[in-house]
Write a protein that binds this ligand. Structure first.
Ligand code: HEC
Ligand code: HEC
Ligand code: HEC
Length: 131
């Protein structure tokens, strides 16, 4: 004999589990970008408007690298009245001091793995090296 008392709830649970991706996506928009941690130092502006940074920070970093290394142009950028020397560690990471909670939270989500950190130090590593 089948036991209706356990089959029906069992079926309901089964259907819910199988369709989980469907209704889960309906309630949370799949296009949500991860929440990134803004600079803990309290800076309010980036080197360019946020939307532009989101779209093309990779291009900017490449341009900066070429300017500094090929052309020797170590110009500074001024943000909110303060000067930053062009560079990954000298500019970006001065404000975005938590690579893990900033850069990585997006990159993990989008499966991008910049190889920059093979050579460049994250603020966390830099701290360890000097202490
Ligand atoms: C093979 C090692 C290596 C890798 C990998 C690497 N870099 Fe560099 N990068 C260097 C060295 C060495 C310098 C020169 C440092 C100096 O002269 O100040 C440099 C300088 C730079 C500079 C100019 C100013 C500065 O010192 O920050 C930028 C910007 C830069 N790299 C960005 C990047 C980015 C973005 C990536 C990843 C896409 C990357 N680098 C990957 C070794 C590397
Ligand atoms: C002077 C401090 C400062 C420097 C230097 C800086 N940032 Fe920012 N960055 C910020 C702030 C503050 C925001 C948030 C701005 C906003 O929401 O309007 C931001 C936003 C961003 C965003 C968009 C994040 C989002 O909301 O989705 C990216 C990507 C980014 N920065 C990357 C970089 C990179 C790469 C560099 C180096 C080329 C850099 N930043 C240098 C302060 C800085
Ligand atoms: C708002 C999300 C977001 C944040 C925050 C962010 N990135 Fe990215 N980053 C991306 C995306 C998306 C790509 C891939 C873009 C593409 O392939 O067109 C990318 C690509 C890159 C690349 C090129 C890698 C490659 O292999 O082509 C570099 C370098 C890079 N990011 C550096 C940084 C650094 C350094 C930070 C922190 C200071 C940072 N990003 C923060 C979203 C982000």
């Amino acid at each position: 004999m089948y036991n209706k008392g356990t089959i029906i709830p069992g079926l309901i649970i089964f259907v819910l589990l199988v369709t989980f991706p469907l209704w889960f996506n309906a309630f949370s928009t799949a296009s949500d970008v991860p929440k990134v941690e803004l600079p803990p130092g309290g800076e309010k502006q980036c080197v360019a408007p946020a939307a532009e940074m989101r779209a093309s920070h990779m291009v900017m970093l490449n341009e900066w690298r070429d300017e500094v290394l090929r052309d020797g142009k170590r110009t500074a950028v001024t943000v909110g009245g303060k000067e930053y020397r062009k560079g990954l560690q000298m500019a970006c990471m001065e404000c975005h001091t938590n690579k893990e909670k900033f850069c990585d939270s997006c990159h993990l989500y989008t499966s991008v793995k910049p190889y920059c950190w093979d050579c460049h130090l994250t603020p966390g590593q830099a701290k360890k090296e000097t202490h």
